[in-house]
Write a protein that binds this ligand. Sequence first.
Ligand SMILES: Cc1ncc(COP(=O)(O)O)c(C=O)c1O
Length: 333
Amino acid sequence: VHVHELPTPALVIDADALDRNLAAMSSRLPAARLRPHVKAHKCTALAAAQQAAGHDTFTCATPREVIGLAAAGVGTDLLLANETVDRDRLRAMADCDAPVTIAIDSDDTLRAAIDAGIRSCLIDVNVGLPRCGVEPDRAGGLADRARSAGLDVRGVMGYEGHLMMVADRTERAAAVEASMAKLRAAHADVGGDIVSAGGTGTFDLHASTGVTEVQAGSYALMDTHYGSLGLPFEQALFVIGTVISVAADWAVADVGLKSLGMDHGDPSVLDGAVWFCSDEHVTFAPDRPGVRVGDRVTVVPAHVDPTMAMHEVVWLMRDGELIDRWPIDLRHW
Ligand SMILES: Cc1ncc(COP(=O)(O)O)c(C=O)c1O
């Protein structure tokens, strides 16, 4: 089947580009140096491809991602790099066949973990992003209380998400180093083997920060947001649309904000300039005249994670032919 026979909007992966991205990352951060973040794709089959590239440890943002990977037998060490006090979901994670570690940043999240039978945790440290994470000077105390309560405290994590898009690489490196100094200080008090941090924008800036594993996820499929940084990864994810209306100066395709993550701005289209998106439409100025109703358009998302989460399946494409169909099976919470 050819990609142009798919009903649209259709989510499509360029299989060769994905393979090159996985290889580019695993050559730089082999095996457990990378703990791939599955939030970026929510797809067990893609996680299995990351495992085939040498990575057995995974980062998750939701209990659903942890439980789904464990049920599929993908990964030997699953981290929920996020806080939850949902007792049922914590219990379901404690019952997983794979070893599960969860992030805690408070006595409330510690207590919820203990009550549900969770055995391992990381202390989540605030390294500058105003989101989750205990203040660095309180990490040691929380770790002591976690150990007294019977948890295995494996180390620390701290996500420097506010630094991913610092445009200048030298400035980004300096900011990451300052941020990771906080994580090192916390780790000195907490102990354990793991210092987990980083993302696609900072994946190559952790050689001497003390970080033992990088949590990148977007690198596998990429988006135009990260594409602007000049990273050694290429665009592998596209939404295919159909032109449904043509005017003198613009054309409209059936790919709107309900099939695209828009929080990082408008998508791009190959062979045209996007004017705007609405629910089910992208209006764009074609680069060349002659665009007709029924033509196919390739749309490039600005943000990979929410785009994946909006679709039930993603098609694998090689030379325009569809070679596989992967369920996006780790969606929801
Ligand atoms: C806790 C955590 N770690 C790592 C990442 C890195 O992901 P990305 O590869 O998109 O930079 C994220 C992304 O939001 C995150 O929330």
